[in-house]
Design a protein around this ligand. Structure first.
Ligand code: SF4
Length: 361
């Protein structure tokens, strides 16, 4: 598929989501409408900036995923971050992080997902992210560190959007994440609603939990709690014995249609990740649509593909976008085509490692 085609389609999809967010905000008098109007305009500006660079031969993805730390206050079963990024060395400093965000903004990168480990452990880096109101930062947190101070911080920085990770109801969540995690979520969701903060949840989509997590009843329950953003993250079998949790062919084939129906029927934003990649000619990793930066600044094609040839402690983001490894992966389309559900690069990791001679980051 031509680059111009999948880039335009992905940009349009992003703008569609921001339009929906604005419509939701307009329906809710308490919501920060001004923020969504500004955010939508900024997304258009950023699309133009990326197109300018594209015409100069530089492929700039709209999204980055940055893991702020490896550290975490939980120990969830099958945590991909603990398995794939055991020790990624010294974490980025606040000053280097500020430079990276500055460069990202100037290149037209307009959405940066902050993850971990537990990102709220790096309060200093979240303070830096608050300085960049032209970028939208969904922050994937387990919610256990969300307190009055953080809630006030998010209230005054609407471009930082807390997204709390769940596995389902209390039973499913506490089995994987530990006792009391769901009860904490119940408490926090009331505090977020009371402060009219725009917030979301991230749900790990496994084959057994598929029907529950996509059921209107389950989702309406969270809409009533004030949640307006829903990420469905397809399960990736990092733990070899967990292949049975991966979405089956029928679930995978029907996922995007289910999500589109939810978007049409319910007053929320529903996003499947990675979702239907066919319209983009395959996975959007390796800079086609997004990139991953690990806690020590290594640039990776995706959080589930810990391979890198570029270290942002010693290289600019612009140079990282031209990395040989990323170009090789983009040129090898079959590496970006997944067959089994979950993650294409993870499914092709042996070939990726062999062919790309990439170092484990
Ligand atoms: S909260 Fe996230 S990073 Fe922490 S152990 Fe659980 S899955 Fe891993």
């Amino acid at each position: 598929m031509l680059k111009e085609v999948y880039r335009k389609r992905f940009d349009r999809n992003i703008q569609k989501q921001f339009w929906k967010a604005l419509q939701l905000a307009l329906r809710n008098p308490m919501q920060t409408r001004l923020f969504f109007i500004k955010a939508l305009w900024q997304q258009y500006q950023a699309t133009r900036t990326r197109l300018f660079h594209f015409k100069q031969g530089l492929e700039v993805p709209p999204l980055l995923i940055i893991s702020l730390t490896q550290r975490c206050n939980l120990n969830c079963a099958g945590c991909y971050s603990k398995v794939l990024h055991q020790d990624s060395g010294a974490e980025l400093t606040a000053s280097r992080f500020r430079e990276i965000l500055g460069e990202a903004g100037s290149l037209g990168i307009s959405i940066i997902l902050l993850a971990g480990g537990e990102p709220l452990i790096r309060r200093d880096l979240l303070g830096v992210a608050a300085e960049f109101s032209g970028i939208v930062f969904p922050i994937f947190t387990n919610g256990m560190l969300l307190n009055e101070e953080y809630l006030a911080f998010f209230k005054s920085n609407p471009h930082l959007i807390p997204v709390i990770s769940l596995e389902g109801r209390e039973l499913e969540t506490d089995i994987r994440r530990g006792d009391g995690v769901h009860a904490n979520f119940e408490k926090i969701s009331q505090m977020l609603k009371a402060r009219t903060i725009f917030w979301g949840i991230s749900l790990t989509l496994t084959a057994p939990a598929h029907d529950l997590l996509l059921s209107p009843a389950f989702l309406k329950d969270h809409l009533d709690k004030g949640c307006r953003l829903f990420f469905f993250v397809e399960y990736v079998p990092i733990d070899p014995g967990s292949k049975h949790l991966v979405l089956n062919q029928a679930q995978k084939a029907g996922l995007q249609k289910r999500v589109d129906e939810l978007c049409a029927r319910l007053p929320g934003l529903f996003i499947a990740f990675p979702g239907d990649e066919d319209p983009y000619g395959g996975c959007l990793a390796a800079g086609r649509g997004f990139l991953h930066i690990n806690p020590s600044g290594m640039v990776e094609p995706c959080p589930f593909a810990p391979f890198s040839d570029t270290d942002l402690r010693h290289s600019s983001l612009r140079d990282a976008l031209k990395s040989k490894l990323l170009q090789k992966i983009r040129a090898k389309h079959h590496l970006l085509k997944e067959t089994e559900g979950g993650c294409a690069l993870w499914a092709n990791r042996e070939e990726l490692e062999r062919d790309c001679g990439s170092e484990e980051s």
